[in-house]
Ligand binder design. Structure first.
Ligand code: PGU
Length: 405
């Protein structure tokens, strides 16, 4: 039978998904997928936090709860508590009622709603993202109709921040352009500016009237501490200027599949905030009507119960510390093997990932010979390693570096 879709060509392959499928279809019993950014326990399993289990038990036992639609902007209490988590208890922007927060579908959904809003209401179409950045950023913003450009960020020579290049590129951006800044634990490089550098970035952003859009997908995963990881964002909010923040609970509460996050827009006045909110709701309604209830209820339960909140922060610190141990073990394992090169960046880098410096040929070799899957840009999820698999990865890297130089 004729198909209405017969003229459709296959979509170009997404690099992260290509690796995911290759790993899924590999029958090897020792295969290890380190491509995606999801945390694994020492046993190599996805981890459901105890605080989340407790919250879900409590919700299941509460017979007064129903499954009615949430309002377009989501669960009001969730929005309030999420804004507090990133902006802090004492945020004057919150006290002055110039902060709008709406519940969205995790970090991606928050970025997308923000992008649609900006495409419609920001005069300047240019949006700058770091080079490199999370692969979905350019898609999200260009599909919303914006013009994506890159600012220098990573210097492969130093495996650190190209701070001078970053400031130059931000300084040369058109006034009113949007600049996407990853709040902490930069994906994919694992390289974050210092607080002193953030202050200089803030000065350039403000003096050029750029509009910062923070991607806050990893709060708590950089330092293990929610407050420390919020410092960069708060620096910008505390100067009284405007910004957007896309917040995700996928990583820090392990709620990946619940798709729970929030978009916050900090405005200069209550009046502006009111208008902004009314327009945000117009973005949401034709897109998905209203957000889902379960993840928002879990997060709210944890954030408002001091006992569960404390449990959560301990577990979060535990995850961050385990990642640090894996970094240390991997670095030691490479040293023990005498692997050529300097691997200290594995310890210096921050967050879930290490940007190893391996090239695509080496990554493909490792997948073929060692059944370990990582992204073609050399990004490896340290959060997916365990003490048992560190030596497997070290063997693979050693072989790739010595045989595929
Ligand atoms: N922002 C950044 C910087 C991210 O790294 C991610 C997820 C998100 C936002 C969105 O996460 P949500 O789950 O929507 O809250 N990055 C993962 C996702 C895997 C993928 O398919 O890209 C990663 O491995 O990079």
């Amino acid at each position: 039978m004729d198909s209405s879709f017969s003229s459709i060509v296959p979509a170009p392959q997404d690099p992260i998904l290509t690796v995911y499928f290759a790993s899924r279809d590999d029958p090897s019993p020792v295969k290890l997928n380190l491509s995606g950014g999801s945390y694994r326990s020492e046993e190599g399993k996805p981890l459901v936090l105890q605080a989340v289990r407790r919250a879900e038990q409590q919700l299941a036992n509460d017979m007064s709860r129903d499954k009615d639609y949430l309002p377009l902007d989501g669960l009001a209490e969730f929005n309030k508590l999420s804004a507090k988590l990133i902006l802090g208890d004492e945020s004057s922007a919150v006290k002055e009622n110039r902060v709008v927060t709406i519940q969205c579908l995790s970090g991606t959904g928050s970025l997308r709603v923000g992008a649609e809003f900006l495409a419609k209401h920001n005069q300047e179409r240019v949006i700058l993202v770091s080079n490199p950045t999370w692969g979905n950023h350019p898609n999200i913003f260009s599909l919303a109709g914006m013009s994506v450009e890159y600012y220098r960020y990573y210097d492969p020579k130093t495996r650190g921040l190209d701070f001078k290049g970053m400031l130059e590129d931000l300084g040369a951006a058109p006034s009113g352009a949007i600049v996407v800044l990853q709040a902490c634990a930069h994906n994919p490089t694992g390289v974050d500016p210092t607080l002193k550098q953030w202050e200089q970035i803030r000065q350039v952003v403000r003096s050029k009237s750029l509009l910062p859009f923070f991607d806050n997908a990893y709060q708590g995963f950089a330092s293990g501490d929610l407050e420390s990881d919020a410092q960069a964002v708060r620096m910008f909010v505390n100067d009284g200027g405007e910004c957007l923040i896309a917040q995700s609970f996928a990583k820090n509460m392990g709620l990946y599949g619940e798709r729970i996050g929030a978009l916050t827009i900090v405005c200069t006045s209550e009046d502006v905030a009111r208008k902004v909110k009314s327009q945000l709701l117009l973005v949401v309604r034709p897109m998905y009507l209203s957000p889902p209830i379960h993840g928002a209820s879990i997060v709210t339960t944890i954030l408002k119960n001091s006992d569960m909140y404390n449990d959560w922060t301990v577990e979060l610190k535990g995850m961050a510390n385990r990642i640090l141990r894996m970094r240390k073990q991997l670095n030691e394992a490479l040293q023990a093997r005498g692997t050529p090169g300097d691997w200290s960046h594995i310890i210096r880098q921050i967050g879930m990932f290490s940007f190893t410096g391996l090239n695509e040929k080496q990554v493909r070799f490792i997948a073929k010979e060692y059944h370990i899957y990582m992204n073609y840009d050399g990004r490896v999820s340290i959060a997916g390693l365990s003490s048992k698999t560190v030596s497997q990865l070290a063997d693979a890297i050693h072989a790739a570096v010595t045989r595929m130089a």
